[in-house]
Design a protein around this ligand. Structure first.
Ligand SMILES: [Fe+2]
Ligand SMILES: [Fe+2]
Length: 452
């Protein structure tokens, strides 16, 4: 995520003055990791070396071979960093690539491009990771996985906290996965390091391959879902550039045409607007600023971390669970956002929970570690999420179905439109869901659907 003007095209003199530790040392590429680009036909690769040098990537696929030169840069640390972008990639195909300075190269590495039109897509989401033994258990499980095509992290990534060597170690551990599938991130409070702020994070992740970036928020289209990465660590209230961006992104994703092409909208950010953990709890300022927008634009899932436990809410608006008639396992889309806290990636568990369990909290556990697997299936137009514990058991599992509708007991009207756009609609949904709703399985049908 290169936002600072110094990082690209640094002159050698600048580099020497800023990063004298990179004048000598190994030119062997390490910390190799992929980052998705705005276009699915492109993939950015980043890596680190001890000695600063040129950056090249060579790649091949069914259409032939290509290479390009990227950028090398550094910051206040004794490692040099490199970034280059593979372009014009065929969708859904295996790509072979290697990176290096023209003399010293990595081994050849294979990855597959993501085809947004694919009818099946799996990915893994984690948060609050770090280098603990529990965190490394999670890393090992992800590295061993052969189904996921992406990993997301909802912030608090390495817990470097001012020690840049921790970032190096964290990348070294994840590289066997990160060089094969992209890991995409939202910034947490621990990315905002003492003295250096977000500098380490900005230099080690990328979302747009340019120095003039959108900052800390961006989107990625994957099969069936728009992934919206926002920052709870930067201004988000009405009038802020992030709010304006978020509103535009969510409105565009919530048109009938957009929903039909891609049914689900998932927001990734670090701090949760709903959490019944006693350590941090719900971020009320965040909720006051953004919940209405998320409800109006039919956000399906909000996946956060920060509190080191696992929790899933019911579809909820203003602390009111819209759970009447629902069961835990299968939920129609379009009722209201479901909020998840998945801060179980490895940091010490926060054991104390608010009691009694709030009515909006559908499921929670406070002493386990693990990760979540998300699966989009186009045939059933469903999104399934499973919380895997590192002991091999499953802690939570549910499926959101696009087009499944709530049936009102009064007049046969149908509820549960995929995306809804007014507060009166939200109020009606609250009333119906709390009072008399039940859901049936069925396809969304414009002719038969009405909203009370
Ligand atoms: Fe954390
Ligand atoms: Fe945090």
């Amino acid at each position: 995520m290169l936002c600072l003007p110094v990082v690209q095209g640094q002159s050698l003199n600048e580099a020497i003055s800023e990063c004298p530790g990179t004048i000598t040392g190994s030119t062997n590429p390490t910390q190799i990791h992929l980052q998705t680009a705005d276009e699915p036909t492109a993939m950015t690769v980043m890596w680190a070396t001890e000695q600063r040098g040129d950056a090249f990537v060579e790649w091949s696929h069914s259409g032939g071979e290509q290479s390009t030169q990227g950028n090398s840069y550094c910051y206040e640390h004794d490692m040099a960093f490199h970034m280059a972008q593979m372009t014009n990639l065929p969708l859904g195909e295996e790509i072979t690539y290697k990176v290096g300075d023209g003399n010293t190269w990595s081994n050849e590495i294979k990855f597959s491009t993501i085809n947004p039109a694919s009818d099946h897509f799996e990915w893994i989401s984690i948060a609050d990771h770090g280098l603990s033994s529990e965190g490394q258990d999670v890393s090992e499980e992800i590295i061993a996985d052969t189904s996921a095509q992406m990993v997301t992290i909802s912030g608090d990534i390495s817990y470097s906290d001012g020690n840049q060597n921790v970032w190096d170690e964290w990348f070294d551990i994840q590289t066997p996965s990160m060089m094969k599938i992209p890991w995409m991130t939202a910034a947490g409070n621990h990315e905002n390091e003492p003295i250096t702020g977000f500098t380490g994070y900005e230099h080690r992740f990328d979302m747009d391959n340019t120095a003039e970036s959108e900052g800390f928020y961006y989107t990625r289209q994957v099969p069936g879902a728009l992934l919206v990465f926002m920052s709870t660590e930067h201004p988000f209230t009405t009038g802020s550039s992030q709010f304006t961006w978020l509103k535009n992104v969510l409105e565009t994703a919530n048109t009938p045409e957009s929903r039909e092409a891609s049914p689900f909208v998932i927001v990734y950010g670090h701090k949760p607007m709903y959490s019944s953990n006693s350590y941090h709890g719900s971020e009320v300022e965040l909720r006051n600023a953004l919940e209405q927008l998320y409800v109006e634009q039919g956000v399906d899932l909000v996946i956060a971390g920060h509190d080191h436990f696992y929790e899933r809410t019911w579809p909820v608006v203003a602390e009111k669970p819209l759970s009447e008639g629902l069961d835990l396992a299968v939920i129609p889309s379009g009722i209201a956002p479901i909020h998840l806290v998945i801060g179980v990636g490895g940091r010490a568990a926060y054991e104390d929970l608010d009691e009694p369990q709030p009515s909006w909290s559908a499921y929670r556990e406070n002493s386990t570690y693990g990760w979540t697997r998300l699966v989009y299936d186009d045939t059933s137009r469903s999104l399934s999420l499973t919380h895997h514990r590192t002991d091999g058991t499953i802690g939570d599992s549910f499926t959101i179905v696009y087009g499944m509708v709530l049936e009102s007991d009064e007049g046969g009207g149908f509820l549960g439109l995929p995306g809804f756009n007014s507060l009166s609609t939200i109020s009606a949904l609250i009333g119906v869901a709390l009072g008399r709703g039940r859901f049936i399985s069925g396809r969304f049908d414009d002719e038969s659907c009405s909203v009370e």
